[in-house]
Design a protein around this ligand. Structure first.
Ligand SMILES: Cc1cc2nc3c(=O)[nH]c(=O)nc-3n(C[C@H](O)[C@H](O)[C@H](O)COP(=O)(O)O)c2cc1C
Length: 168
């Protein structure tokens, strides 16, 4: 799949906005993800308001580039009513990766900024968004048309693959 092998973390963006139909496509990709017992714990905030994006950037020491992005998406997850709650963050990881891959496929750039499982960052994002008690911030994702280009790093390492021989 082409998008898997061209996706990189993009941290520099053009100022032009991302079209609403592309934003919808990103969210459709995220929600197409598999989840434990198909519990779909996700909720997504779509943020273009500059002040809110700046406040979100202040929630992590590793999000200084976020205010330059025209768009931030904040995947969050519900804690209540789940049939496999201990899998919620795993489900959210898959949904977030789907979103990044779709962004690459659409010619957009994106970067995942880790929020969960770091409690202070989760609390900070929850406070910015006014999340109710049962809703947890999972990550920040910056998105926009890329203003940087580079080939993906080749991380394939044959030595990490361990074939188990067939038992006779
Ligand atoms: C769980 C997770 C958390 C991450 N958090 C940050 C972050 O806070 N800030 C950032 O700039 N990049 C963050 N990244 C992006 C990684 O730094 C990046 O994926 C890694 O360096 C490999 O580069 P690539 O995405 O271009 O292949 C995160 C990625 C993941 C999967």
């Amino acid at each position: 799949m082409d998008a898997i092998f061209k996706r990189i973390s993009v941290r520099k963006y053009e100022s032009r906005p991302v079209e609403p139909e592309k934003v919808e496509r990103l969210l459709r990709a995220a929600m197409a993800a598999p989840s434990a017992r198909n519990q779909q714990p996700w909720e997504f905030y779509v943020v273009t308001d500059r002040e809110t994006i700046r406040e979100l950037a202040g929630c992590s020491p590793y999000a200084s580039f976020l205010p330059e992005a025209p768009l931030a998406i904040v995947p969050c997850y519900r804690k209540e009513g789940l049939t496999a709650p201990s899998y919620a963050e795993i489900d959210m990881s898959i949904a977030t990766e789907n979103l990044l891959l779709e962004a690459a496929d659409l010619g957009l750039g994106a970067c995942w900024m880790g929020i969960a499982p770091v409690r202070e960052r989760m609390d900070a994002v929850n406070a910015v968004l006014g999340n109710p008690d049962g809703l947890e911030a999972f990550a920040l994702v910056s998105c926009g048309y890329p203003a940087e280009e580079r080939p993906q790093q080749d991380r394939y390492e044959e030595s990490r693959i361990h074939w188990i021989p067939e038992k006779k």
